[in-house]
Design a binder for this molecule. Structure first.
Ligand code: AMP
Ligand code: ZN
Ligand code: FE
Ligand code: FE
Length: 290
């Protein structure tokens, strides 16, 4: 039979959260949803946590989906929250694991502080309940939001963020005080590719140039929060700064309604570029230029 180009293009969703951070679904379920969405590859990118990957791997193998080891880490720069994704990580990296353990401990203290601040304005929830909801995963503001919802203080998670947990609200406690340079270093030391997540939320494009100086390699050009105009803007920035492009839905299960796995699909070619970059790093390390 003559070759016809009828093969559907292989696609990937490179930004997915599970119960191991603030997503609501198990890793196995997220893999199943990825298979239903027809994806060839998926990256689980939980906040400061990589434990979902080992849990998801057998399911991914069963469904014939390539699972990419990812993470999403928080940093802060000029008072702004910066999220950096890491892809193709070596999960047993001590630097990576120690960093995440520190961040997870800090997040527990932060929840206790948030609960105290809320108490001061008459909103009484228990830190214990928030931590229990997070279970074995990384705790975060969405867990606080869901407990506020449970106790009738708000009627949606979004309202919890706009009334209590957002930067200008009484319950707010800033996230990680780490500079992005540190996060970028941790990801690279773990053999990963550091990528700036959802740059639209940062709202400060000049910062991207600075992050590139600090070792940033990619930009999440495609994201569920990016309009076509925004995508075009970041495509141009990625080109100008010679950054690799990635994209994903930022799926969180029920805590971000109306946003399914595969809501953002990128061509598999972008995954191949991430791999190529990583392979080149390795061969540079093996054969340093004198
Ligand atoms: P944290 O890492 O604890 O600061 O929580 C950040 C997470 O909260 C993000 O990854 C989002 O999933 C979620 N989030 C942030 N802002 C909002 C919002 N306005 N409404 C709903 N979820 C939000
Ligand atoms: Zn999240
Ligand atoms: Fe994020
Ligand atoms: Fe995310």
């Amino acid at each position: 039979m003559p070759f016809t180009n009828t093969m559907p293009e292989r696609t990937a969703d490179l930004h997915l959260h599970t119960r191991f951070s603030d997503g609501t679904q198990t890793p196995e379920r997220v893999v199943e949803l990825a298979a239903q969405a027809g994806l060839s590859a998926m990256a689980i990118t939980d906040h400061d946590n990589t434990e979902a990957l080992a849990v998801a791997q057998p399911a991914a193998r069963r469904h014939g989906i390539e699972l990419i080891a990812g993470v999403e880490m928080s940093a802060s720069a000029d008072g702004l929250e910066v999220h950096v994704l890491g892809f193709l990580l070596e999960l047993d990296s001590p630097v990576l694991q120690q960093h995440m353990a520190e961040q997870q401990a800090r997040r527990v203290t932060r929840v206790q502080e948030m609960v105290q601040r809320l108490r001061a304005i008459g909103v009484t929830i228990e830190a214990e309940e928030v931590l229990q909801l997070a279970g074995e995963g990384t705790v975060g503001r969405p867990h606080v939001a869901r407990v506020l919802l449970r106790h009738g203080y708000v009627s949606t998670v979004a309202e919890a963020f706009s009334r209590y947990l957002g930067p200008d609200n009484p319950g707010f406690v800033p996230g990680s005080p780490m500079p992005p340079s540190r996060i970028i270093r941790v990801i690279r030391e773990a053999g990963g590719v550091p990528v700036l997540a959802h740059p639209i939320y940062l709202k400060r494009d000049p910062l991207i140039d600075q992050l590139v100086q600090e070792g940033l390699v990619g930009l999440e050009v495609y994201h569920s929060g990016h309009t076509p105009e925004v995508v075009q803007r970041y495509e141009q920035i990625a080109e100008r700064l010679q950054l690799l492009k990635t994209g994903g839905s930022d799926y969180h299960g029920d805590s971000k309604e109306g946003l399914p796995v595969g809501a953002v699909k990128v061509p598999y070619a972008l995954v191949e570029r991430l791999k190529r970059w990583k392979a080149e790093q390795r061969s540079n390390a093996d054969h340093p230029r004198s």
